[in-house]
Design a protein around this ligand. Structure first.
Ligand SMILES: [Zn+2]
Length: 389
């Protein structure tokens, strides 16, 4: 990001993607009626449960349900919905063998424990080309990629149609932080914010991320710290630890300038295409700007460090409708005696306080605090406690 280029006047006042915020939430009374209606049931995976909530709350606007064959193909091949609207990643619902549904019928959607979540108005059952989805969306058919593994492991058939679902506050550590897009929009409006920067993360926030957020916040009215809390891969830090760490980081921001909310959605690790999805979702939450770092939404070595930023930069501004703020990795420089990036510091790597993820995990596991230039002590202590449990 070149600061002089960023005027931070938001594009068209932060309209949702497609122009209208979708609301497919069921009331408690309606839900009770549908639950007792004797509909055939479909049990959803954890990722599908999170996608259902994102659909019903409007986080995935303009989507109103799970995709059919035509949408699936259009998204795979052109990164567009069938009507031409930009959309980078399929949102599908697997239909296991043995579950029978008729087109035009309704399915009760349930979690793994049988809890009622909502209904699907079945428009179509289709064969999902999972191999093509992996190659075109994730850029690899490698089953070692966690997102690809989920796609290849999904049922061969998918069931499509509009949904209606309960969107309740969550129990547990996320609790009341699982705000809907209409709730964050109301929060921004009540604070009088016009420009709002969104920050996506699935990790604890260290000094480098804090620096990027503060660089953006120097120019925007407010910040949405928006960790993704849906299903992630094994080895990612548990959500209750992460939420506590985010709360600790809030102590380093003026309270009136930040909203902390949790995004309930599955992580797909699709790199560039997922960076586009992350931007569109934050647009729906009312953000006008979105921080995109190195290897955004990547995993392993499947994507180049700036591939996500390049894909976002290649899209027309009116079509994207949210301004990507492209950042490089940040670090503490001993010679500058400040946080910096390669864009602002001329000194060699030897002057940087930098730790690899592996080094940090080893320190935390042995109860050792990383240097204060790398991690706030409160955050590091939370992680040490979690590693030692
Ligand atoms: Zn320096």
């Amino acid at each position: 990001m070149t600061i002089g280029e960023q005027t931070l006047t938001g594009p068209r006042g932060g309209l949702p993607h497609g122009g209208v915020l979708v609301d497919r939430r069921l009331g408690v009374v309606e839900a009770a009626g549908l639950e007792g209606a004797g509909l055939a049931s479909l049990a959803l995976s954890g990722a599908e449960v999170a996608d259902l909530r994102a659909l019903a709350s409007g986080a995935y606007s303009p989507l109103t349900g799970f995709m059919g064959a035509k949408e699936h193909q259009a998204v795979l091949e052109g990164m567009r919905l069938a009507d031409g609207t930009l959309w980078p990643i399929p949102v599908c619902l697997g239909l296991p063998d043995g579950v029978r549904v008729g087109e035009g019928g309704r399915l009760a959607l349930r979690d793994a424990g049988g809890g009622f979540l909502g209904v699907l108005e079945v428009s179509e059952v289709f064969e999902r080309d999972r191999r093509a989805e992996a190659e075109l969306v994730y850029g690899t058919g490698d089953p070692a990629h966690p997102g690809v593994a989920r796609v290849l492991g999904a049922p061969a058939r998918a069931v499509a149609g509009p949904v209606w679902a309960l969107v309740e506050p969550l129990e547990g550590p996320v609790g009341s932080r699982a705000l809907t897009p209409s709730q964050t929009r109301a929060a921004f409006a009540s604070r009088g914010w016009v420009t709002v920067v969104g920050f996506q993360t699935r990790n604890p926030v260290h000094r480098a991320h804090e620096y990027l957020m503060k660089c953006a916040l120097e120019m925007a009215d407010g910040l949405l710290l928006h960790p993704l809390v849906g299903p992630t891969k094994d080895g990612d830090v548990p959500v209750e630890v992460r939420m506590a760490a985010y709360e600790a980081v809030l102590g380093y921001f003026p309270a009136a300038r930040v909203v902390l909310a949790a995004l309930v959605a599955p992580m797909r690790y699709a790199g560039p295409r997922e960076a586009v999805l992350h931007a569109l979702v934050r647009k729906n939450y009312g953000c006008t700007h979105f921080i995109v770092g190195r290897d955004h939404a990547g995993v392993g070595r499947y994507y180049g460090p700036f591939q996500a930023q390049e894909l976002l930069a290649s899209l027309a501004a009116e079509e994207l409708g949210i301004v990507p703020l492209r950042f490089d990795n940040a670090f503490y420089c001993r010679r500058c005696q400040a946080m910096a990036t390669a864009k602002t510091c001329p000194h060699p790597e030897a002057d940087q306080v930098a730790l690899s993820g592996t080094q940090v995990r080893a320190m935390l596991a042995s109860g050792q605090l990383p240097p204060p230039e790398f991690s706030r002590a409160e955050v590091a202590q939370l992680l040490i406690d979690a590693y030692q449990r």
